[in-house]
Ligand binder design. Structure first.
Ligand SMILES: [Zn+2]
Length: 443
């Protein structure tokens, strides 16, 4: 069902005003990770609440407790929740977004002040922190509310809103709030919700709108190898001692092949091959190997076949090596033998992989491979972080409805943890409806 013409006309004839509203939001530097900007995060929450109220949404600012940051105790920004529409015959849709942003400075490479939105009329592009992540998508919903409110058109669904101001800083306090509200059932803020819609991710490219129905999970490790009591000089000890770095490089070299095959036994257990309707999705996606290489900035795709590359990015697990800590990395040619080195790597997970099971397999494999090295160094494995993968039923009506407005469905490589919180606590279908393009440069 297409949007009513009146609605489309309203949006078209109000473009300058709607862009100004986004500029107003961008101008509030609501950086959640910077304690000195906390007042701006509060201000952004109040600004948003006032906007929602203007269009008839009943709201409440929910306190989420305190946090310790940079030696201070700070109030967390409240979650802004809202509701409009109480018709039991209509579906009830819960919208999520976040009104905080990542830090941004001109010195980071911006051509213009990141908190003064620059609208380039020629390209139609808007430059500013938060234009795409995630203030722009929130404005998208405000635009919908304003159009219906001004034109006196009834909303086709009941709407519920949950906006947070800590997404870029680990969504502190939000999971607990969602869990508590979910337990209240119909008396809670999310009572009667039939499905969730989250707009906080991106299209695959800069041409075609997309929907996302899966997010890969994560397990992150640091494997520490130690030997001498302190850093040694290779002129004195080289050749006479077992060296931690030599052992670590050997271990990290046994995790994954050059073309991305993970070498840990059992890691692929239970992962089903793509069904024919899923394969069809990849084949039909408006995406090319060149798109991937353009966004990677190098001709380095693992295959010339589009589906192979897309499945590698979206539906298969992967293992990446991230860094070696404690190694010499300065200028010149220091002849040090580092005493302790830590190698960081992580796996992106897909259903039915579970972080705990993968952790056990990784640890068992590292212990066995380390033993084979026959070194007198010692090894310790640290498990830094884990998150379970998520996949939604893309045949659900929530997706079918979104499909009428967009054209293609995707499964994405990134992570939006709140997706799982909503899916688990409310037990309803969750839709990821990106509004930003793949080349928006979100961080
Ligand atoms: Zn975001």
């Amino acid at each position: 069902m297409a949007a009513p013409q009146k609605f489309l006309n309203f949006i078209d004839s109000n473009v300058p005003k709607l862009i100004d509203r986004l500029a107003e939001a961008v101008a509030i530097p609501s950086i959640s990770g910077d304690a000195s900007r906390r007042q701006d995060v509060y201000k952004m929450g109040s600004w948003l609440e006032a906007q929602l109220n203007k269009f008839g949404v009943k709201t409440e600012a929910i306190p989420l407790g305190q946090e310790h940051i940079e030696g201070q105790v700070l109030e967390l920004p409240p979650a802004i929740v809202g509701r409009i529409g109480e018709d039991p015959k209509k579906k009830t849709i819960l919208i999520y977004g976040h009104f905080d942003v990542q830090p941004a400075n001109v010195s980071d490479g911006w051509n213009t002040d990141p908190f003064k939105m620059h609208f380039d009329k020629e390209s139609g592009r808007m430059y500013g922190r938060g234009t795409t992540d995630d203030k722009g998508p929130i404005m998208g919903w405000l635009n919908v509310l304003e159009a219906h409110h001004s034109l006196g058109i009834e909303l086709p669904v009941n709407m519920r809103f949950c906006f947070e101001g800590m997404e870029e800083s680990g969504s502190e306090g939000l999971d607990e709030f969602i869990g508590t509200e979910a337990k209240k059932g119909n008396d809670g803020w999310f009572g009667g919700v039939d499905c969730v819609c989250i707009s906080d991710n991106y299209w695959l490219n800069d041409r075609t709108p997309a929907l996302t129905y899966g997010l890969r999970g994560l397990t992150y490790f640091n494997v520490l190898v130690s030997g001498p009591g302190a850093d040694l000089h290779s002129g004195i000890f080289g050749g006479a001692v077992y060296e931690p770095m030599t052992a670590l490089i050997a271990l990290m070299g046994k995790l994954v092949t050059q073309d991305g095959q993970i070498l840990i036994p059992g890691v692929y257990d239970g992962i089903k091959p793509a069904a024919s309707d899923e394969l069809e999705i990849y084949e039909k996606l408006d995406y090319s190997v060149q798109d991937l290489e353009a966004s990677a900035g190098g001709k380095i795709a693992i295959s010339d076949d589009k589906s192979t590359v897309l499945m590698a990015r979206m539906r298969n697990p992967s293992l990446s090596l991230h860094g070696i800590e404690g190694a010499f990395s300065g200028v010149g040619a220091k002849t040090v033998i580092p005493a302790t080195v830590g190698g960081k790597f992580s796996l992106r997970l897909v259903p039915p992989q579970q972080p705990d099971d993968i952790r056990a397999k990784v640890e068992r494999y590292l212990e066995a491979e380390f033993a084979k090295l026959n070194t007198k160094c010692t090894m310790k494995i640290e498990y830094l972080h884990g998150g379970i993968p998520w996949v939604a039923d893309h045949r659900h009506w929530n997706y079918q409805a979104a499909k009428n407005a967009t054209e293609r469905r995707t499964s994405s490589g990134g992570s939006i943890p709140v997706t799982l919180t909503f899916a688990e606590n409310l037990g309803v279908n969750v839709l990821l409806l990106p509004m930003g393009r793949g080349d928006d440069g979100a961080q």
